[in-house]
Design a protein around this ligand. Structure first.
Ligand SMILES: *Cc1c(COP(=O)(O)O)cnc(C)c1O
Length: 370
C-alpha cells in the first residue's frame, strides 16, 4: 500500500462542487483583486483565531515580513527566533534588514527555548518570533512575561498552527501580531500561495492594509512605500469553503496522532511527540525521533511510505546564513534533532488502515535493527 505524506486529492474530491462553484462565481463577477471573498475570509479567520483584525496577504513569508515592517523593525535591530524552524521565519527578518538572533529549541516539544531567549536579549533586540512548530503553541505565558519585562514585540509564526491554542487562547492572538500561511499543505491551505496576519491593534491593522497595497488608503494616494502583498480573491474563495471544515480536520489530525502514539508506544527506540498540558496541538506534522533516522526513512520509502524530515538542516547551518557566524555545536539540541526527527504521513483523511500500515513498516525496521 503506497501512503502519501499528504493527500490533497482526496480532500479536493470531497469538496469539489463547493470549491468549483465558488471559484466560478469569482470569475463570473471578475472580482479578482480583494473584494467580497477576501473581506469575508478576513472576517471569518479573525473570528476563528479570536483576533479583532485579519489582513489577507500573499504568503506566510510576506505575513512575517510585513509584520516586522509595520513595527518599523529594520537595519541595526535584532529579532530573536528559533534555530529549529522553516527558513522563512529568519528570511523575513533578513529581508527587512534586521539581524536574526537564534536560540536553541526546547528538549521536549521542539519550540523555542525560553531560557535561551533571556540570554539572547541585547540593547538592540526589538522583537521575539516564537514559532508554533508542528502545530503546538510555544510557551507563550513565559515568552509574554519576558517580552513585557524588556519592552519587546511578539510576532507569532503561526504558519503551522491554524486553530491551535494554549490555555484556551488561540495561536495568533497572544502577541502583537500573528502570521499564517495558506500554502497548500498547511492545516488550512489554498490552491497556491496565500497568508494572513492577525492582530488586536486597530492602528497596526490599518497600516497593514495600506502596506499590502502600495501604501495606499485611497486608490492612487500613497501615504507610505508599501508593496503588492495581497491575498488573491480566488484563494480567498477556496479558503472560505475550507475554513468551515478546519476544526473537524484538526480533530481528525489529533485522533490520527493519538493512534500513532498508541501504536508506537511499545517501540523503545522511538520517541513520540509530547503535548504540553493546556496545549491544544493541531498536528500540522507528527514528528517522531529514531537514532537511525536516515536508514529508517530509506526503508519506509522502499515500502512506499512517504515520510519526510522537517527540517534536515537547522537555520544556522544553512549556506544562506554563513554570515551569522554560528557553527556546528551552536545549538546542540536542534542539531541532534535535525539528525533524528522523522515526520510520518498525516492528513485529516488518513485512515486507520494507513496508520497501521505505517506503524507495521516501522516495526519491521526496528525488529531488523536490534
Ligand atoms: C510555511 C511556513 C512559513 C512560510 O509560509 P509560506 O506561505 O510558504 O511563505 C513560515 N514559517 C513556518 C514555520 C512555516 O511552516
Amino acid at each position: 500500500m503506497s501512503i502519501p505524506f499528504v493527500d490533497l486529492k482526496t480532500q479536493y474530491q470531497n469538496l469539489k462542487e463547493d470549491i468549483n462553484q465558488r471559484m466560478q462565481s469569482v470569475m463570473e463577477n471578475t472580482a479578482f483583486i480583494l473584494g467580497d471573498e477576501v473581506s469575508l475570509f478576513e472576517k471569518k479567520f479573525a473570528e476563528f483565531t479570536q483576533s479583532k483584525h485579519c489582513i489577507g496577504v500573499s504568503s506566510g513569508t510576506d505575513a512575517l515580513q510585513l509584520a516586522l515592517r509595520v513595527l518599523e523593525i529594520g537595519p541595526g535591530d535584532e529579532v530573536i527566533t528559533v534555530a529549529n524552524t522553516f527558513i522563512a521565519t529568519s528570511l523575513a527578518i533578513s529581508y527587512v534588514g534586521a539581524t536574526p538572533v537564534l536560540v536553541d529549541c526546547d528538549k521536549e516539544d521542539y519550540t523555542i527555548d525560553v531560557e535561551g531567549i533571556k540570554k539572547a536579549i541585547t540593547d538592540k533586540t526589538k522583537a521575539i518570533i516564537p514559532v508554533h512548530l508542528y502545530g503546538q503553541p510555544a510557551r507563550m505565558k513565559e515568552i509574554k512575561e519576558i517580552a513585557t519585562e524588556h519592552g519587546l514585540y511578539i510576532i507569532e509564526d503561526a504558519c503551522q498552527a491554524h486553530g491551535a491554542s494554549l490555555d484556551g487562547i488561540s495561536a495568533g492572538s497572544f502577541g502583537d501580531i500573528g502570521c499564517f500561511s495558506f500554502y497548500p499543505g498547511k492545516n488550512l491551505g489554498g490552491y497556491g500561495d496565500g497568508g494572513a496576519i492577525t492582530t488586536n491593534d486597530e492602528h497596526i491593522a490599518e497600516k497593514l492594509r495600506m502596506l499590502r497595497e502600495y501604501g495606499q488608503k485611497k486608490k492612487y494616494y500613497h501615504s507610505s512605500k508599501g508593496m503588492n502583498n495581497r491575498l488573491d480573491a480566488l484563494q480567498a474563495a477556496i479558503l472560505n469553503v475550507k475554513l468551515d471544515h478546519l476544526a473537524d480536520w484538526n480533530e481528525s489530525r489529533r485522533k490520527a496522532a493519538a493512534l500513532y502514539t498508541e501504536l508506537l508506544s511499545d517501540i523503545p527506540q522511538i520517541e513520540t511527540p509530547h503535548t504540553r498540558e493546556g496545549a491544544e496541538h493541531v498536528f500540522h506534522l507528527y514528528v517522531i525521533r529514531h537514532p537511525e533516522r536516515d536508514k529508517l526513512l530509506t526503508y519506509l520509502h522502499e515500502k512506499e511510505v512517504y515520510a519526510g524530515i522537517h527540517y534536515p538542516v537547522p537555520i544556522h547551518l544553512q549556506e544562506a546564513y554563513v554570515d551569522l557566524d554560528y557553527h556546528k555545536g551552536s545549538f546542540p539540541i536542534t542539531e541532534a534533532y535535525a539528525d533524528t526527527i522523522l515526520s510520518l504521513p498525516l492528513f485529516p483523511e488518513i485512515t486507520e488502515e494507513q496508520i497501521k500500515e505505517v506503524v507495521s513498516c516501522i516495526k519491521e525496521f526496528c525488529a531488523k535493527e536490534v
